[in-house]
Design a binder for this molecule. Structure first.
Ligand code: C2E
Ligand code: MG
Ligand code: MG
Ligand code: MG
Length: 284
């Protein structure tokens, strides 16, 4: 854990309970200060059509660009945000940021595909979500919400049902994220009827080496096809993954092997390059 914290050293090993409590308070204070100072932002990872490698989407991924600690990844602060009751606010900030950036890119004459944002269970369970979304005046067909299966399977209720309805009415797509990890449930595919389903990277990574893993992924894609749900492969790390997934009928690809998450400036250059290449990924 301490090694993962990297140059930021935002987390340390703790020795005593008192130490732990103090550090917890420090991490709360630091995160809150970062939030207040506008250091919470997002990077964007492109998604592509599996056949043509056309740019089909962007996933907005929250980042803490801390003046003090450097770039901090979501795994290192989302839990703290959740403990502080701030997770839904982070989600909303990312959504607003994505809309703002989308408008800037469009204003600069760049082609922008729909943007996906991650929506936590907290936000999906928030009775005021529908009103907040209506206030934002969201562009139809340009947004997608990624939900973890665990977000609604644990406690499916009226609030979630109402929110899912409103989201659909607003022209926002629903995707199931990290399918096949944790609380995998095939029943959720019928209950939620998502537009897309993202197969978790732990299932995608080994397909290059294992026939059994390929069979498993092929079967999930087949289920998706039967239910009219498009499948996205996460964690496409090598060029060798692409023809395999393509042959299996996987629709969309996302992964470090194609494009990494990029900040606003970097993605602006990327969008320009893609436009020059007729909407397709420019392979090195
Ligand atoms: P996720 O939604 O499944 O996002 C994909 C994660 O996989 C991202 O990590 C991305 O950088 C990483 N990834 C993409 N391609 C590859 C690959 O080829 N190999 C490997 N090893 N990793 C790859 P990131 O940005 O660190 O985000 C981690 C998780 O944090 C996300 O997983 C999501 O669950 C959560 N998260 C990120 N942003 C938000 C947000 O705004 N709100 C909420 N509630 N959760 C968020
Ligand atoms: Mg996601
Ligand atoms: Mg995912
Ligand atoms: Mg994930």
């Amino acid at each position: 854990e301490a090694k993962k914290a990297g140059r930021g050293r935002y987390r340390f090993y703790s020795t005593t309970m008192k130490e732990e409590a103090r550090r917890r308070k420090n991490s709360f204070d630091a995160l809150l200060a970062g939030f207040d100072q506008g250091e919470i932002t997002c990077h964007y990872q492109p998604q592509f059509d599996a056949k043509t490698l056309e740019l089909t989407g962007l996933e907005a991924l929250v980042r803490w660009e801390s003046a003090r600690f450097g770039l901090i990844m979501p795994e290192e602060f989302l839990q703290t945000a959740e403990d502080m009751g701030l997770l839904a606010q982070f989600d909303e900030l990312v959504l607003r940021r994505a809309l703002y950036d989308m408008e800037r890119w469009q204003g600069a004459g760049l082609f922008v595909p729909p943007i996906s944002v991650n929506v936590s269970a907290h936000r999906l369970n928030d009775p005021s979500l529908a009103d907040r979304l209506r206030e934002l005046d969201l562009p139809r067909g340009m947004l997608s919400f990624e939900l973890l299966e665990s977000a609604f399977l644990d406690a499916r209720n009226d609030v979630i049902d109402k929110n899912l309805n409103v989201i659909g009415e607003m022209g926002i797509d629903i995707e199931i994220d990290d399918f096949g990890s944790g609380h995998a449930s095939i029943a959720s595919l019928l209950q939620i009827a998502p537009k897309r389903l993202k197969i978790d990277r732990t299932l995608i990574q080994p397909i290059v080496h294992s026939q059994r893993q390929r069979d498993l992924v092929r079967t999930i894609i087949g289920i998706g096809r039967m239910l009219d749900i498009r499948v996205v492969a996460e964690g496409v790390e090598t060029a060798a993954h692409v023809p395999i997934l393509n042959e299996m009928g996987c629709c969309y690809l996302q992964g470090f092997g194609l494009a990494r998450p990029m900040d606003y400036a970097c993605l602006t250059g990327f969008l320009a390059d893609v436009m020059e290449n007729e909407g397709r990924l420019l392979l090195a």
